[in-house]
Design a binder for this molecule. Sequence first.
Ligand code: ZN
Ligand code: ZN
Length: 258
Amino acid sequence: MSIEITILGCGSSSGVPAIGNYWGKCNPDNPKNKRLRCSILIKTKKLTILVDSTPDLRQQLLSANVKRLDGVLITHTHSDHINGIDDFRCLNLLMKKDINLYANKDIISKIREKFGYVFESLVPEANGFYYKPCLIPNEISGLFKIKDLEIMSFEQNHGFTNSTGFRIKNFAYCTDVFDFDDNALGNLKNLDLWIVDCLRFEPHKCHAHYEKVMQWIGDLKPKKTVFTHMNYDIDYDYIKSIAPRNCMPAYDGLILKV
Ligand SMILES: [Zn+2]
Ligand SMILES: [Zn+2]
C-alpha cells in the first residue's frame, strides 16, 4: 500500500512572508518561499487524513481540493496548528456528518477549553443543519487505527510543552519538536520518509534548527528527509544547496509518495 503526502503548509507560526511583507532571508521572487502554516494531507487508497487545522485551513483545503476527511490528527494546540478549526464546518456540510478528531488526552482537553462547542452535538431544532463545526474526539495513546490504517503516535519535547509525532508504516511526521526521548527515537528507525521541523539555522528553545536536524539524520539515517515549519530565515534555494542529497526543504503543494 502506498501513501501520498501533500505538504499543505511548511511555514512557521508567522507564515512566509510574515505580516508586513517581511521575507527575512527568503527570496520573494521564488514561489517556493511562500509558506502557509504547517500542515499535511495523508492519502491512502481508502483514506484521506489531515494533520492539524491551521489558520490557513480554508485556503489549504481549497488548493488540495479536499471534499471529505476520514480523520484529523492534531499534533498540539499552539494557535498555528489549531486555530482553523471553525473551517471544518464547511466539510461537515459537504459530508453531512461529524468528523473524527484524533489526539492525546491532554490535547483533547485543551481543545475542549478553547473550542468546546466543536465537541457538542447540534441542537435538535437544527434538524441536522451544521450551523457550527462538529468533531468527534478520539483519545489516542501509542498505536491506534483509523479504519484499517495503523498509526503510531509518540510524545515529542516541544520546549515549554509537548507535541505528538506520528508514524505510518515507514513514514513519520515530526513537526514542532525540540528533542526526542528514547521512545520517540525508537519510532524513528528505518524510515523511508521523514518530514521534520527545521525552523531556522540559529538554535531555538522550542524547535529544531538545521544543525540539530543534521545530527538526528546522522543517527537515524532515514532514506529521505524533508524539512518543514521553516521561518523566513530559510531560503529554499540556499538550504537546498547546502543540504545532503537525500534531504530537501518542503514547499507548499509538494506531493511525496512512500
Ligand atoms: Zn508550529
Ligand atoms: Zn508549536
